[in-house]
Design a binder for this molecule. Sequence first.
Ligand code: MSP
Length: 487
Amino acid sequence: MAKTYITTAIPYVNGNPHIGHAMDYLLADTYARFCRSQGDEVRFQVGTDEHGNKVFRKAAEAGLTPEAYADQNSAKFRNFIQRLKVTYTDFIRTTDPDHIRRCQAIWEKLRPHIYSAEYHGWYCEGCESFVTQKEYDEHHGVCPDHQKPYQRLSEQNYYLRISDFKDQIRTKILAGELTILPEFRKQEMLRLLEDTPDISISRPRKQLTWGVPVPGDDTQVMYVWVDALSNYLTILGYPDQPIADFWPAAAQFVGKDILRFHAITWPAILLGLGLPLPRRLISHGHVLAGGQKMSKSLGNVVDPVEVLDRHGLDAFRYFFLRHIDTFADSDFTWEKFEDAYNHELANDLGNLVQRLATLCQKNSVPGQPIPNLATSSAAQSASASALSADPEYLQLMRHFEFSKALDHLWQQVQGLNQAIDAAKPWELAKQGNTTAVQEVLTDLVQRLLVVAARLTPFLPDAAERITTIFTAPAITPPATPLFPKSA
Ligand code: MSP
């Protein structure tokens, strides 16, 4: 059984979850569920990034200690992740004592690549990122993501010698040992790597108190990104416990804005530790509202709870996985959301289930066995695998083309609706051709069960309901349709 490790970016706890945060979780969860359907043993990390000035400042504004503020907001993320039915196995908080201790051990191991020097340059607190002069000039001194002027810093810091690893990182990316998706982002990262100087990895304690203390130097605290990136290893128990079962990660999901930390700083840390690089970094685009980045000041932030309350979890998952492109920026509008719900979920899938279940009930067609989609399962019979084989689906899922995979599955849903229209089982029944009716409907039920299994990673609840209905000894249409039409 393959062991597969899947990770997500851990959000800062400086505010409430918004719909953009759902992207990491939904993509990673879809992949995790798919891997399990193929028989893999999956370890799946989520969590919260709790240190740094940004969180410290917000806690002070809220009149809370950073600990209390982090507790409160970490719990909001945990609830959100649970409401999305994300099938994680591990939840990490960067304030966990185990994480802090392990981070310090990681620092010790990196010592041969660490040196101390003065930093004179720019910083963006919103990004918690050191900014090069070139970036400062390109953006005219103002962070494009946070619309705030960069801060000027002059301080003594520890540095990680990125120059020790640049060649290896480039070679591994070019050789596909570390795959970065999509391809244009990989090219962007290769260009950025050339310009990347050694990276500052600490801040003086007088500038930053809320962080992991640098071992052996009580004047310095670790730069929040070093602490945050280490989470992917510390949650596995590194360096106290062996991690070879699950490391290297099969897939790490991150937003496009933080790919640079994962494509440059992170590989440098791993190489410094003598560990292999993750197999794949999948960088998704941003969810926009009305064509613009969501921000409190623009007043266009969409509350995920409102979207979940409107039509439930599967509609939420469906919209973000199909109509928000996996790799490009895409717009959320209520109009598009309602449209997708009414036309695709209610009309295409909901009606299919209702119609087919009603026909089966009328003609006493019994439920069928649950199909097994695992391509390598010994238990998979030849006839079952012929029915469930769908190379295009497998190819799209393995390449993280989730919106395209849903397009592909939707053709199958619509195909089943057309197949009912073409076979006209009600006419066969009128003619008294019971055997033909039974055959046609049984075949449709088997095909729908296979589509439901393929849909499981995307729409777990709907897929489960379909499976329950069409595997029951006597098929009966659901009392409430799968996706009731909105008023
Ligand atoms: N704390 C860091 C991540 C550390 S990972 C070792 C961070 N936090 S964040 O809260 O700013 O972002 C968390 C994730 O949400 C990132 O993957 C980020 O790209 C994603 N998104 C934040 N806003 C988003 C949208 N509007 N749309 C899609 N994803 C977005 O960065």
